[in-house]
Write a protein that binds this ligand. Sequence first.
Ligand code: ARG
Length: 610
Amino acid sequence: MALSFDLGRQLDAQLRQAAEGLAAFSNDFAPEVRPADPRFGDFQANGVLAFAKKAKANPRQLATQLVDALIALDGFSGALVQPKKGEPTPPPNGIDYSIEIAGPGFINFRASTGVLAQWLGDFRDEDAFKKGASSRFEGRKIIIDYPSPNTAKQMHIGHLRPMVIGEAVARILEFCGANVIRDNHIGDWGTNFGTLIMAIKREGVDLGALGDNGLPEIERLYKLGTALEKEDPAVRDISRNELVQLQQGDAENTAIWQQIVALTNLVFEKTYARMGVTPDVTLGESFYCDKVDRIYTELTECGIAEESDGALVVWHDEVKKFARDNERPYPFNIRKQDGASNYGSTDLATVLYRVEHFKADEIVYITGGPQQDHFEQLFLTVDKWFTCKDYSKPQLEHVWFGTILGEDGKAIRTRSGESIQLASLLDEAVARASKMAAEKTKSPDLTDEEKAAIAEAVGVGAVRYADLSQNRTQDYVFAWDKLLAFEGNTAPYLQMQGARIHSILRKLGLQPGEGEEGASALETDTELALARKLLNFPVALEMAISDLRPHHLCTYLFELAGAFSSFFSADHVMVDEPDIKARRVMLCARTLAALETGLHLLGIQTLQRM
Ligand code: ARG
């Protein structure tokens, strides 16, 4: 039998096919195959239960019928066995799966060692994994909107999450075959530019002379500007006028605005490079300013938008919290009272542009939790508008995240109460990693340059992994000691495990993939447990994509590293018997491939030595 990369999905498809031929099953039957508790098997299908309940049928009878049809299916090799206590029963000789019907109607599958060996032979390295995974989203165009910071402000620790999560999501979807466009939707258009231009002119600052260090100065000018406005309402009018001038295309103000944007992007790009973030396009809010009129017209014509106190708004009365009769209703604002566009209108124009220009099938937005209402209203509006105009609807997804907390449980800040600059945070991570590595290193012959590269990979990797390993919708506490530890679910631990496997292969004089000829069948419990863990890589990937939550992949990699440790302490690789040695070398190389593939998907550098 030809094996799929994701055996769980393959079983799922085969069960569906088996059900098609049975009168008792209808089209809405979903087999729901997932990884099983290892005490029961490798995979479990539990969809029969829910289906039987709806169909008011006996689940065990349905499961038995289904399994019979599956076994009879062309291209499937399995045998029904009786469940017993202890280990799941292995399939009889020459059969791929043993199948047990357990409890009220669960179907458990146990793969043969032959299937394990074949799978490990078919999927040997990162390229093969990618080939196996790529059918998932083949031909699908997905726009990922990140990191999308705001112009004229330095990046602080809060900007870590959109970069780290966005990049992981982009890599995972790309790996699964999607045609991904990383679209950096910067906030480069807003009322703050009126204040800034006012302050710049008043102070007589020449932005061109600021050089690389311009951003802190721009921040200072903005603070100064808002303070002046507070003191004197006349200043506020000047700012407002500067903004209107800018919006009307005044040459001087446009030039200042362009300088601010360029200066900011220069600084941002350094951080992107360090974080391995490479936007394909940077089309900020300003790009859509001249594309909003069509939005106002179409939404009004469709009867979706209406004037309210001089502004243009969209009501979603069917959603209680946004409804007109709610105590504190929140209409979706798409044009301000002064006629200016806003976050709502530019985002609507952005959706349309992404569909018409980029032919997007799906758009994924990566932002913090406080923007949930905005995106809910945006998606509702797009749905009604696209239905009215009969435009093809993209799938829209808001991938939001929680806050990074300090050890006191409050939003993280410096001791003096300011936000922590991202660049200095990363520098600190690298400095700490460098100190740690100096104490711990097993490779005393490393050059200073190599040591610096390792510290960068470990420091940045640790910060990144600490973020990704948490369920993204939860807040998490940023704690140096925990995220930089060499034990536990951390990047340094996983990087260390990878370097350890490289070192084993080096000692044997082998490159990954070499020295596997003549391997005998896997035998010991720890060998088999590791092989079965490897088989679950696609399952972890599938969990990560189903709700775009990369932490599932982290959890998996941590468990894989654990399974490797158990194998490595129980089964010696450097044994005299060439066949045993070959199969253990194979397991080392395969673990390395899965570990490194996973870390690369998370945007974390892997190391050959540490
Ligand atoms: N600039 C926004 C912020 O910093 C995020 C933009 C997200 N993307 C979008 N299309 N609204 O909060």
